[in-house]
Design a protein around this ligand. Structure first.
Ligand code: HPA
Length: 281
């Protein structure tokens, strides 16, 4: 495939590639501007159809810089959705993970493209392991902050971006008014693709984490750089390694995601239409 992220685009800046992707999305969807963007991780995929009316579904490999997802269970579609109030949401169903080895530019291309389509609010979702024993499989948790253990950044050069309140307090409050049961936790991004050892999970807890996963933090940083307001949500798919007796399996993680899908779809379908018109930063 000629348009895989990285190779073939080496001559273009990340911003130029995102602008090109955004104009392809506008052309193929007929939607000039999107207002909200969502990246749907394990368990969150069914939300797309419930948020509003599907206007267009675009295979990711038709859009510059995107690649079809390498992970079974992650769809490779960009979906344009019209909300009841006429706003448009772009659902990015093609996440490139850090562990795929295509570089951080590829990891955050979806977020940069979302910003280039006009989106001012970025909803990042994922499946994750629970470190906090209160966080049990099937439970959605709001991300209150993150710890980035990838030793990488999407920012290039001397770009000093403030990450205080990266996970928007007002959007978290909005989510909690919709579902008062929602807990909050600090998300720790490990590089993956191996799951953590029990010692690493204990370490994540000691340094202030409650959730462990392999995505989201780098994307949130890129979203902030692009001027977007971020809402982060994790589905707890499993107790993190060593928190429960049992071993971790990818199949079990996917199954927990499938089981939780209807509840998560309903939650997002309630939250998204109430997201504010403008980003507040
Ligand atoms: N660790 C890291 N990533 C994950 C996990 C986990 O336990 N579960 C789902 N994604």
């Amino acid at each position: 495939m000629s348009n895989s992220s990285g190779q073939g685009h080496a001559d273009r800046s990340p911003a130029d590639l995102a602008a090109e992707a955004a104009s392809t999305i506008a052309e193929l969807s007929g939607v000039e501007q999107h207002d909200i963007a969502l990246t749907l991780g394990s368990g969150w995929g069914r939300a797309a159809e419930q948020i509003g009316e599907v206007v267009a579904q675009i295979p990711a490999d038709q859009v510059p810089g995107f690649r079809s997802s390498a992970v079974v269970g992650h769809s490779g579609l960009l979906t344009s959705i019209r909300l009841a109030d006429g706003r448009h949401a772009l659902v990015i169903g093609a996440r490139t993970h850090f562990y795929e080895g295509h570089g951080v530019r590829a990891v955050v291309h979806g977020v940069r493209t979302a910003a280039a389509t006009g989106a001012r609010i970025m909803v990042l979702t994922n499946g994750a392991g629970g470190v906090d024993p209160r966080f049990t499989p099937g439970m959605p948790v709001l991300i209150s902050d993150h710890i980035n253990l990838t030793a990488a950044s999407p920012l290039e050069g001397a770009t000093f971006v403030d990450l205080t309140d990266l996970y928007s307090p007002r959007l978290r409050m909005l989510a909690r008014t919709i579902d008062p049961q929602l807990h909050e936790g600090v998300y720790v991004q490990f590089p993956g693709p191996h799951y953590e050892t029990p010692a690493e999970v204990r370490y994540a807890g000691i340094i202030g984490g409650q959730i462990v996963g392999m995505s989201t933090a780098l994307e949130a940083i890129a979203a902030r750089e692009a001027g977007m307001e971020v809402l982060g949500l994790s589905l707890i798919t499993n107790a993190a390694a060593g928190i429960s007796e049992s071993a971790l399996s990818h199949e079990e993680v996917l199954q927990a995601g499938r089981d939780a899908e209807p509840r998560l779809a309903a939650l997002l379908a309630d939250i998204v239409p109430q997201l504010p018109e403008r980003a507040e930063r």
